[in-house]
Design a protein around this ligand. Structure first.
Ligand SMILES: Cc1ncc(COP(=O)(O)O)c(C=O)c1O
Length: 375
């Protein structure tokens, strides 16, 4: 099958980079080759500074409170590894990503803490009245995704962030599935920490992620003795490593220049599209998946899609069978592994979950083609 015949519907795993971004990267490489050997750059920051400023504006955060790292999980490890979580309860949303839970267990210090689910209602939404009763002085941290990976649920994080919580208890938001497809303002979310990758809904580079830490959350941190976890800044003037009391301390010591160039180009493109038209487009395509699935007798996971993630349950199909069927039809979509959300008891234990995650480049014909492959 010719690559042009492929229908890419897996942007929740990795956003499909647009041709304009690829062209920008090609131009950059050509310019670099033409400038050889003078192009060798001393600093790891190229577009990084301007991009940090822009991303800061997008999410309502001062740029000093932002750091760039390699992945959502790596930055989450740094946050968890520097917070004092020992011996207290952790409140975690059912849709939390698996590796965050593993890290809470392994990096949070001894003795192991109790991981407790944030209360939800019959539909799986956060139940704020019940959660208010769960939060007390013994709670060390609250963790939630903004958008869940499998169901595509948009949790009401603003309401969670508005609940009173102890001053030692940060609200930690995993926005890996949110950044780029939903509006994010850390002040409106009322969160202390936010992590997200650039490779999914921003359709930016792989191997790059963003961390926001509020000043109060920095003050809650007890820096991990392991430098890789604690983060250290090299002061160019003195050539000494300094304990910068800001999120910038978690910046990776080296950043791929290509990633910075690619991220700037991807942000430019997304800004031209604008968030609301993108959201409308995604809502229409996800709604189409839900409608056709119901006509075909399959169950979508939510009453209505809440984001660009539309996941349906195929009770009588094995994952391998599904992958082979999609492959034969040239469809790239995800057969979800429920282990990615180990605390989410709402996910069916048998059959297969098919996640369809379109982006700006997709059309309703793509959805029809993917759904026809299921017949
Ligand atoms: C909600 C959520 N958190 C974290 C991750 C992991 O991101 P990374 O590969 O950048 O560590 C994913 C990946 O799919 C995700 O969906």
């Amino acid at each position: 099958m010719h690559p042009a015949d492929l229908c890419y519907l897996n942007n929740a795993s990795v956003g499909l980079q647009s041709p304009a971004v690829a062209a920008r990267l090609r131009d950059w490489l050509e310019a670099e080759m033409a400038a050889y050997p003078r192009q060798r750059l001393e600093s790891a920051l190229w577009d990084g500074q301007a991009t940090r400023t822009r991303l800061g504006q997008w999410i309502g955060a001062p740029e000093t409170q932002l750091a760039f790292g390699a992945s959502t999980s790596q930055l989450m490890a740094q946050v968890i590894g520097n917070l004092k979580l020992a011996g207290r309860r952790l409140l975690v949303a059912p849709g939390e990503w698996a590796s965050n839970i593993v890290m809470l267990r392994r990096l949070g210090g001894e003795p192991p803490r109790a991981i407790e689910l944030l209360a939800t209602d019959a539909e799986g939404r956060l139940d704020m009245a019940a959660i208010a009763r769960q939060i007390d002085d013994d709670v060390a941290a609250i963790l939630t995704p903004l958008v869940t990976s499998t169901e595509g649920r948009r949790y009401a994080v603003e309401a969670l962030g508005a609940l009173p919580r102890p001053s030692h208890c940060p609200l930690i938001v995993d926005a890996a599935q949110g950044l780029g497809q939903t509006e994010i303002d850390v002040r409106r979310l009322g969160c202390d920490v936010l992590v997200a990758t650039t490779r999914k809904w921003l359709r930016g580079p792989r191997g790059m992620a963003l961390l926001y830490v509020s000043q109060p959350a920095m003050a809650m941190m007890h820096l991990n003795p392991t430098p890789e976890l604690a983060g250290l800044r090299l002061d160019p003037a003195t050539q000494r490593f300094v304990d910068l009391p800001q999120a910038r301390r978690f910046d990776a010591s080296d950043l791929s220049i290509m990633n910075q160039v690619g991220l700037t180009a991807a942000l430019n493109e997304l800004q031209q599209i604008a968030l609301q038209p993108l959201r409308d487009h995604l809502a229409a395509l996800a709604g189409r998946v839900y409608d056709i699935a119901r006509e075909q007798g399959f169950r979508p996971l939510l009453p209505h899609p809440e984001t660009g993630i539309a996941t349906i349950h195929l009770p009588d199909v094995e994952p391998l069978q599904l992958v082979q069927r999609l492959d034969a039809a040239g469809i790239v979509a995800k057969a979800c592994n429920t282990a990615a959300e180990p605390l989410n008891v709402r996910l069916p234990a048998t059959g297969t979950l098919l996640r369809i995650s379109p982006h700006w480049h997709n059309t309703s014909a793509d959805i029809d083609r993917a759904m026809a492959a299921l017949r």
